[in-house]
Write a protein that binds this ligand. Structure first.
Ligand SMILES: CC(C)(COP(=O)(O)OP(=O)(O)OC[C@H]1O[C@@H](n2cnc3c(N)ncnc32)[C@H](O[C@H]2O[C@H](COP(=O)(O)OP(=O)(O)OP(=O)(O)O)[C@@H](O)[C@H]2O)[C@@H]1O)[C@@H](O)C(=O)NCCC(=O)NCCS
Ligand SMILES: Nc1ncnc2[nH]cnc12
Length: 288
């Protein structure tokens, strides 16, 4: 049953916000995640708790809804890029207010914000590939109002010559496309539980991503160690290893925050895909 354009847009955007926030919470609750906050411990983060991260995730509901609202049925173009950047920056302010200045979800606002915008541009009908490439296109427009502040990411990108969160998005999220989404689906196909499939997806990101959060805390030795440990886990398939890797990451102050954000973005796309298949089977198009 269809409503007016304004009603459809509002219903759609509410659903997008639900999907985005529930993806952040699903990532948070996935346990055991090496070096990250989860239900078992706060990983390599002395200033974070699972409650604070949940509050941060929930505070971003309006940000994702506004991004979806403003993007609905638009074209990926410079003006839209600037409009969602302004909403994203307000979202960052909200997050910092809720967390007392701690960066919990900046990378996630960026990545899921762009994907939510792309999904909304296509009014929910884009395939995963189209969402990823449209998000990449949006990210490639220059952000002329971006403040010239120094960030951990910018410092690390300059020092180590990596692409960081911006490059990942501008290239259309190659690590999601090549590693985490295929790994999630493969793990399900071989009969692993949902929890294990998501842990596989996370570790597949960690094994390949140049995570600026790890580089900032542990330099290139920290990053090489993290990638190696993730690869050892994936080859072994031994889930008990995750607790040992967690202990080691905590000792070395390693936090794969960038991989955590990309896992949340992967879960967001996965939820979209599932919802679209359900709609196809029921032979009607409805988002919620
Ligand atoms: C383009 C922006 C993402 C800004 O980028 P920049 O690199 O300058 O900013 P950072 O402040 O460093 O944040 C980038 C966050 O992205 C995550 N990340 C890292 N590597 C990757 C990667 N290869 N691919 C994807 N994502 C990645 C990472 O987020 C996680 O780490 C957080 C903690 O990091 P940090 O702040 O360094 O904190 P600590 O380690 O605790 O250090 P201390 O300071 O305490 O010592 C964690 O919370 C995760 O979120 C990076 O932090 C973008 O923000 C931007 O330009 N936005 C403008 C608005 C806009 O255009 N929006 C459009 C769509 S909404
Ligand atoms: N679970 C988590 N722990 C620490 N930092 C994060 N950034 C995003 N998710 C995170």
């Amino acid at each position: 049953m269809w409503g007016t354009h304004a009603e459809d847009k509002n219903t759609f955007s509410t659903a997008v916000a639900e999907l985005a926030v529930s993806s952040l919470i699903e990532e948070l609750e996935l346990t055991p995640k090496p070096g990250l906050v989860d239900k078992q411990n706060t990983g390599a983060h002395k200033d974070l708790t699972v409650q604070l991260m949940r509050a941060s995730a929930e505070s971003l509901w309006d940000t994702f809804k506004e991004i979806a609202l403003i993007s609905y049925d638009r074209f990926p173009e410079q003006s839209l890029r600037e409009e969602i950047a302004a909403i994203g920056r307000d979202g960052e302010k909200t997050m910092f207010r809720v967390t007392g200045g701690i960066n919990t979800h900046k990378g996630a606002i960026w990545s899921i914000g762009l994907l939510a915008s792309a999904f909304s541009i296509g009014k929910g009908r884009f395939t995963t590939e189209e969402i990823l490439s449209t998000a990449g296109k949006l990210a490639r427009y220059p952000d002329q109002y971006c403040p010239v502040t120094d960030t951990n990411g910018k410092r690390v990108i300059k020092k180590f010559g990596v692409k960081g969160a911006k490059g990942e998005a501008q290239q259309g999220f190659p690590h999601i496309r090549q590693f985490s989404l295929p790994m999630l689906n493969h793990s399900r196909a071989i009969g692993l539980t949902e929890e294990k499939a998501k842990l596989h997806a996370l570790l597949s990101l960690m094994a390949h991503l140049d995570d600026t959060c790890i580089l900032h805390r542990g330099g290139s030795d920290g990053l090489s160690f993290a990638k190696e440990q993730a690869a050892i886990f994936l080859i072994s398939g031994d889930f008990d290893l995750l607790n040992k890797i967690d202990e080691e990451f905590i000792k070395r102050n390693i936090s794969p925050g960038g991989s955590a954000d990309l896992l949340a973005a992967t879960l967001f796309l996965d939820k979209i895909g599932k919802m679209q298949s359900f709609n196809e089977v029921s032979n009607e198009y409805q988002l919620i």
